[in-house]
Design a protein around this ligand. Sequence first.
Ligand code: G1P
Length: 316
Amino acid sequence: MRSSYCLRMTQSHPRISKAVIPAAGLGTRFLPATKATPKEMLPVVDKPAIQYVVEEAVSAGLSDVLMITGRNKRPLEDHFDRNYELEEALSRKGDAGRLAKVQESSDLATMHYVRQGDPRGLGHAVLCAAPHVGDQPFAVLLGDDLIDPRDPLLARMVEVQEREGGSVIALMEVDPAQIHLYGCAAVKPTGESDVVKVTDLVEKPDPADAPSNLAIIGRYVLDPAVFAILRETEPGRGGEIQLTDALQKLAEAEQSAAGGAGSAGGAVHGVIFKGRRYDTGDRGDYLRAIVRLACEREDLGPEFRDWLRSYVTEEM
Ligand code: G1P
């Protein structure tokens, strides 16, 4: 009895396995570093920022990764591919440690790439994933947000989506003065303290009009119904096709669905994140992420912390 129930569940809800990572942005906040190097390749300590994001998807059980890239993003593909010349040279030297580091990124996940021809916004980037994703729920991870691996967020979001259906977004309380930098959600509580139901969403509101101080941070688990909505979504804030606007339509359709029957795309839930997040798209936060992660590294941390302590006391 139990096993046939489980089988039915598995058939109707195959486990989410696909992650989409939009990586077509120009990275103008980091010029001149990003003139010829994708911003996703900037190192956080000694690993490109994008590798942390792919590792996060993999540790949440998503091993099929589609990157939405654009012109000048070739180094991303190279980073997640084999580099036989380098591997050969390191093997010849017997440098097993470095060889493992080189192979780590190419063994991580099954990588796929699609180019976003015109940079028409995050919603448009996600829409480029439609042929690859098909009709299953999928995750979206924005490369500018690094979530500390010790505070798993995506795995919790996948769990909530698999139970509730529909879409799930990550939310974090921010200083109300900062809400204009984010998508913002109005929510209702549920029986679980870290899960809310989203009733309204607005992209980068003026603080005076913001429905809350709950900001969307760059993790989403989406129902594929979002694709049809994105196809119809007009450019919004900044003249771009906004993912937030499409999710707002999903939340709205579910709220107005008659007699609680639910809408085709399902509800939008939020998981409230209280862990450590670094915005590597911001130069100050990028530096903070490097310092924090370097301090915590077993190999570099002890010496770096000593230096940092004396630097702060003696030179600042
Ligand atoms: C995007 C989204 C926004 C979200 C943010 C999270 O904005 O449009 O809703 O809050 O990512 O980092 P961007 O920062 O790309 O302008």
